[in-house]
Design a protein around this ligand. Structure first.
Ligand SMILES: Cc1ncc(COP(=O)(O)O)c(C=O)c1O
Ligand SMILES: [Zn+2]
Length: 425
């Protein structure tokens, strides 16, 4: 058992705050969104930072032997350790990408491989926290809409915690992701429609049947789970540079954007660390969208936080989102940190998949590689220069979407089992 566990048993949440009107709510008085704003009034979880500082320090966390998101217990919204499912989530590797860094002329390039989470994507972070919260609330059934990965993450973490899960995914979701849902024993609805339609149907079903909703952004604790990636990045960078009493924020972080919740979660983690005084700057956040699914990019370019839905099409199914549910906070994250949005084509995404695999040994699904494709685009178009420390988050494993990998890699040669059939390479 970790030394930090058992400390900070009382939750450190001060209040929940509406991201649209700043209204403040007690954490036990609102379950999902700001009552004044409905589904668009996403809530930020605000902590008692002075209390956290009195409980724990970066140096103490750095000595923790809990190699999961729960090493940040005091900065997370869960009260009881018994609520946490056994499946290990987080503390994914942060690799120095020397070859790709050199090719792009970037001073310090790091790749955080979140495809190594237990169900193969970044979404495990959110599901681990929401399933813990569900356990704490004693809910009978938990549900989510998903383009695939959030559902797989919920299915896996729910199996680990033994809470029934109901998942709504578009019927076009990649086969491997649907197989994951089924093998974990989730109740699966393949919706003949888009992810956006699945989202609305899931919300309506959750209200009708009283199921606890994990829907991205709508449930405030998804963001809290996702923020753990930026806590890890800053702690891991400090370990690499040999400092641990304060942590090290990179200059810039690239991440792919669908609903925008990963991006807003990463921003939230950085703001928490800054409020604690554990980092001395907030990195510029770079949101990467597919050209065919660029609602956040459009809003950012037009200088507005109001998201206009698009008709989404891209090979990167995980970021094929018409109406990003956390778009407003994602656009704000980019604007307030002085970052940018970039778009990438499907061909650039396929190229990024090849590059990541061949140069650094990281096999990513299309949405998982899109962040790197965005970095290439940003360098090639002069949006950034390379004299920086840059982290790209790889958000999903390549085995999630084998047909896309075959599209990127081509097919292997079929031969007779004879030596003369093997040509010299
Ligand atoms: C692999 C992967 N990358 C990126 C994203 C985008 O995350 P968000 O929808 O929170 O922006 C997702 C979401 O499903 C995903 O599964
Ligand atoms: Zn509000």
């Amino acid at each position: 058992m970790n030394r930090l566990r058992g400390q900070g048993v009382l939750m450190n949440i001060a209040y929940l705050k509406c991201s649209l009107c700043d209204a403040e709510y007690r954490a036990d008085s609102v379950k999902y969104v700001c009552p004044k704003h409905g589904n668009s009034g996403l809530l930020d979880v605000i902590y008692d930072y002075e209390k956290i500082k009195s409980q724990v320090s970066p140096g103490r966390i750095s000595r923790s032997d809990d190699f999961s998101i729960w090493r940040y217990w005091d900065l997370l919204p869960i009260e009881n350790h018994a609520s946490v499912p056994p499946l290990r989530v987080g503390w994914t590797p942060l690799y120095r990408a020397s070859r790709l860094g050199k090719q792009l002329a970037i001073r310090d390039l790091f790749l955080k491989d979140d495809g190594l989470n237990p169900t193969g994507s970044f979404k495990d972070r959110a599901s681990a926290v929401v399933v813990s919260k569900a356990k704490e609330l004693g809910v009978q059934v938990i549900t989510t809409a998903s383009s695939g990965n959030a559902g797989a993450a919920l299915a896996g973490l729910s199996a680990s915690a033994q809470i029934p899960a109901v998942v709504f995914v578009p019927s076009t979701a990649p086969e491997a992701k649907v197989a994951q849902l089924l093998i974990y024993g989730a109740h699966v609805f393949l919706v003949k429609g888009t992810y956006d339609e699945a989202f609305d149907l899931c919300l309506a079903s959750s209200k009708q049947y009283g199921w606890y909703s994990r829907n991205t952004g709508y449930n405030p604790y998804t963001t809290e789970g996702k923020k753990t990636a930026s806590l890890e990045i800053c702690e891991q960078l400090s370990k690499k540079s040999g400092t641990s009493e304060g942590w090290t924020a990179p200059d810039r972080i690239f991440v792919s954007v669908g609903d925008g919740n990963i991006l807003s979660g990463i921003w939230k983690g950085l703001r928490d660390l800054s409020a604690l005084g554990w980092i001395d700057k907030i990195p510029k956040l770079m949101g990467v969208q597919a050209e065919g699914s660029a609602a956040c990019y459009n809003a950012w370019k037009d200088g507005t936080e109001t998201i206009t839905p698009v008709d989404a099409h891209t090979i990167a199914d995980s970021i094929s989102v018409g109406l990003p549910r956390d778009g407003t906070r994602a656009v704000r994250a980019v604007r307030e940190t002085g970052g940018a949005f970039v778009t990438v084509s499907d061909d650039e995404i396929l190229d990024a998949m090849r590059k990541l695999a061949r140069e650094e040994g990281i096999f990513a699904e299309p949405a998982g590689a899109a962040g790197y494709a965005g970095l290439v685009r940003a360098m090639n178009t002069g949006i950034i220069d390379g004299d920086e420390e840059i982290v790209v988050v790889i958000t999903g494993n390549g085995l999630k979407d084998v047909p896309a990998a075959v599209k990127a890699a081509g097919k292997a040669l079929v031969i007779e089992p004879k030596l003369e059939s093997v040509p010299r390479i």
